[in-house]
Design a protein around this ligand. Sequence first.
Ligand code: ATP
Length: 297
Amino acid sequence: MNITIEGLSKIYPNGNRAINNISLEIQDGMFGLLGPNGAGKSTLMRILVTLMKPSSGKVTIDGLDLVKNRKEIRKILGYLPQDFRFFSKLTTHEFLDYAARLAGMKDSKTRASAVDRMLEEVGLFEARDRQANRLSGGMKRRLGIAQALINNPRLIIVDEPTTGLDPEERIRFRNLLSTISTKDVIIILSTHIVGDISSTCKSMALLNRGELAYSGSPDELVEQAGDKVWLIKATEAEYLEINEKYPVISTVPTQEGWEIQVVADSINGYSGNHIDANLEHAYVYFMENQLNQWTAI
Ligand SMILES: Nc1ncnc2c1ncn2[C@@H]1O[C@H](COP(=O)(O)OP(=O)(O)OP(=O)(O)O)[C@@H](O)[C@H]1O
């Protein structure tokens, strides 16, 4: 499985340039698409799932042209949109059966066993007779992924799936995605939550204001911030100054004052030492130093 994106742009009718000349290669496995709000992630997702046409550029999925071969591409596609909703009154099981029918599974026996298998896989079998729109947030998200996966798609696109989930459900959801990501399947995970990507994706892209700011592995991005993360031991007086000067990752009070994690090329004049960088640090460093656009995660 392989996706090639060449010179892709999207300008909305009101003139908003949501995506600007993006070129990208995506191979088998889990691919993370990271970026702040408004970066263009959802726009790119909507184009990839054939809901919207690009203004210019070309996308090829396993040799199929995204615009010309829409029907064929839809057959191999599973999509969990950001604002996924359920019809009222359907039970979990009925909903998934409906989704399976929409996905083209005509034979009722095959469908029934596929639905049960999928409910087991996402941990919702016990909840099969509960009304879908009364499930907890995490369970709804799992039912959302179940409907995206019911027809064994080879391209799975999930948009901001962990927003609003508690940490336990978030981990559960990520693990679920990892188990699906086998050979010959691409899962594209769009998120503004750095932890979603660091724990699951081997390759990633960073979008910012419609532009491709980085593509590669999360490890390579972390390497770029290798010696840029500092733990400063600050006095009360220095605390505010440091907050003004540097992007601060965390602040912990100590008996002497504060321990403050910052990302910066140097910490002239302050007392501190390097600490290991992680993807969150790298993201902040990249947004601040390469793009001058650090605000907040
Ligand atoms: N239908 C639309 N018409 C006009 N502009 C739009 C439309 N949808 C999105 N935009 C604009 O395009 C840009 C990219 O939006 P998009 O929703 O793709 O970003 P995002 O990275 O998914 O952000 P978020 O995480 O907030 O959804 C933003 O400036 C947004 O305001």
